[in-house]
Design a protein around this ligand. Structure first.
Ligand SMILES: *Cc1c(COP(=O)(O)O)cnc(C)c1O
Length: 355
């Protein structure tokens, strides 16, 4: 285990709010824990991080986040096992990705120690906020945005890094019907699709609302050039099972390199499932659906882990997926969550002990 190298100023709450929270009925991402971490960038350097009571902040109306959208974020979870130990899952991946995202939109990269030590210390302080009901976890949201001011369209000179935590129940959306999108694009070659940049999500809301009005719950994004290949399922990576082979698109400029995606690939292969990382044509899904070889589709991401798809709409027709008894989706979800909650061995070394 790493020891903390970062000097962190800690100011704790006088009285915890934890007794006011109904832990048996937690929504996803709406209840906030007692503390947060904040670290300022100014004068060309990241300053000493602070852990303080969770509270609002004041920003200048000319802060560049409001005008030019310089913001990036991460999403991760802390899990409590049966003995009360708290674990993170591959946090180094989130640490690296935050800086990959930051770099793309000219936010100064955050030193690894501030992220890792800040995260670990905050979760240690918030350990009682990690829920224990099955499927629940402490959702963790690290983010960076431009707080520096100026109406000139150029990178800010000041930034803030935060980590906030939300004790959350299982993210359960049920099976979703998805619409294969041919007009709008989430991302383009040379763009920012691979970054977890705030504006990417704002751009998804409107096409998703249109899909909802048509009776679907989510959009399948296709490549911006031809709209012939599937790329992501909303804000999740997408997997397709044809016969007994699991397919997922390679990551690119346009596709986010999800931690869940790469973990699912490794676990599936360890289970003896054939995984092909290659582009998947919409037409291939349509013909596989018609001849019965399309068995499953699901999204993969931290919040929902695995989100099964019940069917898809494409060019005015609907294609339903079969009910699978021993689905890859449920097998893979169990395997990955058993590692996350310390219910199974961790052959890949993905668990990170917090306290
Ligand atoms: C966050 C995200 C994912 C999933 O990434 P995880 O690391 O598995 O949570 C996939 N696609 C998009 C667009 C995302 O923003």
């Amino acid at each position: 285990m790493e020891t903390n190298v970062t000097n962190i100023i800690i100011e704790k709450v006088k009285k915890s709010r934890i007794s006011e929270v109904d832990f048996s009925n937690l929504p996803f991402g709406k209840v906030h824990s007692d503390h947060m971490l904040v670290c300022d960038y100014r004068d060309g350097a990241w300053q000493t991080p602070r852990i303080t009571p969770y509270q609002g902040i004041t920003l200048d109306p000319s802060a560049k986040i409001f005008h030019y959208g310089q913001s990036v974020f991460e999403g991760m979870k802390a899990y409590k096992d049966e003995n009360g130990k708290v674990w993170l899952f591959r946090p180094d991946e989130n640490q690296k990705r935050l800086n990959i995202s930051s770099k793309r939109i000219s936010i100064p990269e955050l030193p690894r120690e501030i992220f890792m030590d800040g995260l670990k210390t905050l979760v240690q302080i918030e350990k009682d906020w990690v829920p224990t009901t099955p499927g629940s976890s402490l959702y963790i949201r690290p983010f960076v945005f431009a707080s520096g001011t100026g109406l000139h369209a150029s990178p800010a000179d000041q930034y803030k890094f935060f980590i906030v935590c939300a004790p959350s129940g299982p993210y359960f959306a049920g099976k979703v019907r998805v619409l294969i999108e041919e007009k709008y694009s989430r991302a383009a070659n040379g763009g920012v699709g691979y970054a977890k940049a705030g504006g990417n999500y704002a751009g998804q809301f409107y096409p998703t609302q249109l899909a909802i009005q048509k009776g679907y719950q989510q959009v399948i994004w296709t490549d911006d050039n031809t709209h012939e290949y599937i790329e992501e399922a909303g804000a999740m990576n997408i997997f397709v099972r044809i016969n007994d082979t699991l397919l997922t698109s390679p990551v690119s400029d346009r596709i986010l390199d999800g931690v869940t995606r790469k973990s699912v690939i490794d676990i599936a292969r360890a289970e003896g499932i054939t995984v092909e990382i290659r582009k998947v044509r919409v037409e291939e899904l349509v013909s596989a659906s018609k001849n019965g070889s399309l068995k499953e589709m699901f999204g993969a991401g931290t919040a929902a882990v695995i989100s099964p798809i019940s069917g898809f709409g494409y060019r005015g027709s609907d294609y339903d997926l079969p009910e699978m008894k021993d689905s890859y989706a449920s097998l893979l979800k169990k395997k990955i969550t058993d590692i996350q909650y310390n219910k199974a061995d961790d052959p890949f070394g993905w668990r990170f002990e917090v306290i």
